[in-house]
Design a protein around this ligand. Structure first.
Ligand SMILES: [Zn+2]
Length: 526
C-alpha cells in the first residue's frame, strides 16, 4: 500500500504553500508583503465560522479530468473569494493600521516594552499588536511558483473582485506567480456597533431597507465583493485540494486566536504576534508610561502612552501592568495548538474483513473507522490499542501508521493507522457507538456505490482491473474450495440497506478505500 498525495485533502498538495515561517518575526517584511500588489486576502467572520466564497463555481477545466469516470467529472462547486488590498481597505471597520505602510499611516502603534526586558524576549513583541473585536490577521504564506499549473487557483487569484476583470493579465510570469496569501477574520460581528455598520453602508451606497442585524452586516460585506459567506464545512468540502490547504491553515489559526484571547497564566488579554501564529502576554512587560520611559524604551513608535491607550480602550485593568508570574520562568508565549487524533482501520484476523462503526451523532447509515484523541503521554500505538479496547473490545496487534491528515475542525491532526484484530467478538461501547460490524469487500461495494464522489478520490472499482462479476465469482470459487470461511462473521450483507462511508475528503474514506484496493488486488491474483 502506498500513499498517493493527490488523494489527500487539506494537506499541502503539490507544495502549494510556502509558509515563510522565518519572515513572521520581521515586521518590516510582513508589512511589505501585506502592502504588495501580489497579496491576496481571504475573509471570514466570527472566528472563522463563515468564510467568503466566490459566487462563481470552480472553473477547473474538464480536460484535465478526462481520465476520470463520468461521476467524478462534475466541477467542484466552491471557490474561495480572494480579495486584493484595495478590496480589503473598503472594510473601514477593520483595524489594519499595524500592517499598512508606515509612510501613509504614521499613527500606528506597537507595544512599548519596559527597558529591562531581555532582547530575546523583546524581539518577539516587535510583531505584536492588539486587534479589536477578536479579529485576526494571519499570514498564510507564499503560493508556490507552479500555481500556473493549478488552473483554478491561478484564475481565482487573477480576477479582481470589484470589477470581475483580470488584473494585469499581461504581467510577466514572474510577477503573477508570486502571490502572498493572508486571512483576515472580521472577528465577533456582535461586538461591532450600529454606527460601524451604518458608516460602512453609507460609504458603499448600501441602502438600509432591512432592519439592522449582524447577519445583514455579513450579507452586505459579501454583496460588496460579489461573494457569499458559507460555514466552513459546507464551503471547504467543495473546494479543490489546492484551495483546501489554504483555508485549512486559515481556519485552524484564526479559530485558535479567537478562542485564546486570554493568557493561560494570568488571565489578561493576550496580543497576537508573528502574523497570527503566536500570542503574547504583555502583562508587566509594557512600559507603564511611554512618555516617561521614551528615552530608555526599546521600541517607541507610538504617540500616546500605552497605559492610557489601553485603559481608555478598557483592554486591561491596572492589574495588567503587574508582572505575569509565568514570565519569571518561561516566556509566556502561546502557540497554535494541534490536537492529535488516531483513526484506525481494524482488519480481521484473516484479513478479509474490515471493522466499521457508527457513532451516535453520524448521519443516517454512515459507518467509518473508529477514532479518538490521543491522551497525554500516550504513543500513537498505545492510543490505537486503547481506543479499540474501549470502543469495540478488540485486542489489536500489528498497529502500523499509514498516513495523516490535518482536520481543521478546528485543529486536529488525524493519524491514520491499520491494525489487526486478534479476535472477532465485538463488545460495543454503547455510550460512544451505536453499531460496529465486520464488512467484507463484497459488502463494501454497496456503500461505496452510494457515495457521492466529491473529490479526486477514485472509487476502487475504477482503478482496479476487475469487474464486480469477476470478483464475486472469484470469491465464490475460493469459498467452495476452502469451505465457508465466513461463518464466524456477523452477517451484515443486508444489501437492501444503504451504508454510507465518510465523505471522500476524510482520511476515514481513504483508509477504507486503501483496504478495498488491496482486497481487489489480491482477488485479482487468485
Ligand atoms: Zn500572563
Amino acid at each position: 500500500m502506498d500513499i498517493n498525495s493527490e488523494n489527500q485533502f487539506f494537506t499541502n498538495v503539490n507544495g502549494v504553500i510556502d509558509r515563510m515561517n522565518s519572515e513572521r518575526e520581521d515586521l518590516s517584511k510582513l508589512r511589505s508583503i501585506f502592502n504588495s500588489p501580489q497579496s491576496r486576502f481571504i475573509l471570514s467572520t466570527n472566528g472563522s465560522s463563515n468564510f467568503l466564497f466566490s459566487n462563481r463555481p470552480s472553473s477547473i477545466s474538464s480536460e484535465k479530468n478526462s481520465s476520470l469516470p463520468e461521476a467524478e467529472k462534475k466541477p467542484r462547486i466552491q471557490n474561495i473569494k480572494f480579495l486584493t488590498l484595495e478590496d480589503v481597505l473598503k472594510c473601514s471597520f477593520l483595524d489594519l493600521n499595524f500592517y499598512i505602510n508606515s509612510e501613509s499611516n504614521p499613527s500606528r502603534t506597537t507595544v512599548t516594552l519596559v527597558d529591562d526586558v531581555p532582547k530575546r524576549v523583546s524581539s518577539t513583541y516587535s510583531t505584536a499588536t492588539f486587534l479589536p473585536n477578536k479579529s485576526s490577521i494571519v499570514f498564510i504564506g507564499r503560493l508556490s511558483n507552479d500555481i500556473s499549473d493549478i488552473a483554478d487557483l491561478s484564475n481565482s487569484l487573477l480576477i479582481s473582485d470589484s470589477s470581475a476583470s483580470p488584473i494585469n493579465p499581461n504581467n510577466s510570469q514572474s510577477e503573477t506567480t508570486h502571490f502572498y496569501i493572508w486571512a483576515i477574520d472580521i472577528g465577533q460581528l456582535s461586538s461591532y456597533s450600529f454606527e460601524t455598520f451604518s458608516n460602512f453602508n453609507s460609504a458603499h451606497g448600501i441602502k438600509d431597507n432591512v432592519p439592522y442585524s449582524h447577519e445583514k452586516f455579513e450579507l452586505d460585506i459579501a454583496h460588496l465583493f460579489g461573494g457569499r459567506f458559507l460555514d466552513f464545512r459546507t464551503g471547504s468540502f467543495g473546494l479543490l485540494p489546492s484551495q483546501a490547504h489554504i483555508i485549512a491553515i486559515a481556519k485552524s489559526v484564526i479559530d485558535w486566536n479567537y478562542r485564546n484571547q486570554h493568557c493561560p497564566s494570568c488571565g489578561t488579554l493576550t496580543w497576537p504576534a508573528q502574523a497570527g501564529f503566536k500570542r503574547v502576554c504583555v502583562n508587566g512587560l509594557m512600559s507603564s508610561d511611554s512618555t516617561e520611559n521614551s528615552k530608555s524604551s526599546q521600541s517607541v513608535t507610538n504617540e500616546k502612552s500605552h497605559k492610557t491607550l489601553i485603559l481608555e480602550k478598557k483592554l486591561f485593568t491596572e492589574d495588567a501592568f503587574k508582572p505575569c508570574i509565568s514570565q519569571t520562568t518561561l516566556n509566556n508565549f502561546t502557540f497554535p495548538r494541534t490536537d492529535a487524533v488516531v483513526i484506525v482501520a481494524i482488519i480481521s484476523p484473516d484479513e478479509k474483513h474490515i471493522l466499521l462503526a457508527r457513532r451516535r451523532n453520524f448521519p443516517p447509515n454512515r459507518y467509518s473507522c473508529i477514532s479518538g484523541f490521543i491522551d497525554p503521554a500516550e504513543s500513537i500505538e498505545d492510543a490505537v490499542r486503547r481506543e479499540s479496547m474501549e470502543e469495540v473490545g478488540l485486542k489489536l496487534s500489528n498497529v502500523t501508521y499509514f498516513a495523516s491528515q490535518p482536520w481543521p475542525l478546528p485543529n486536529s491532526l488525524m493519524i491514520g493507522c491499520f491494525a489487526k484484530a486478534q479476535t472477532l467478538e465485538i463488545a460495543l461501547d454503547n455510550n460512544e457507538l451505536e453499531d460496529a460490524k465486520w464488512f467484507s469487500i463484497n459488502d463494501m461495494f454497496n456503500p461505496v456505490k452510494n457515495i457521492e464522489v466529491s473529490s479526486h478520490l477514485k472509487f476502487p472499482r475504477v482503478t482496479a482491473n476487475i469487474s464486480l462479476d469477476q470478483l464475486e465469482s472469484n470469491i465464490k470459487e475460493k469459498k467452495s474450495a476452502t469451505g465457508n470461511a465466513d461463518n464466524n462473521y456477523k452477517e451484515i450483507s443486508d444489501l437492501s440497506k444503504e451504508y454510507m462511508l465518510p465523505p471522500a475528503v476524510a482520511i476515514g474514506y481513504f483508509l477504507v478505500q486503501t483496504w478495498c484496493k488491496s482486497q481487489l488486488e489480491s482477488a485479482n491474483k487468485l
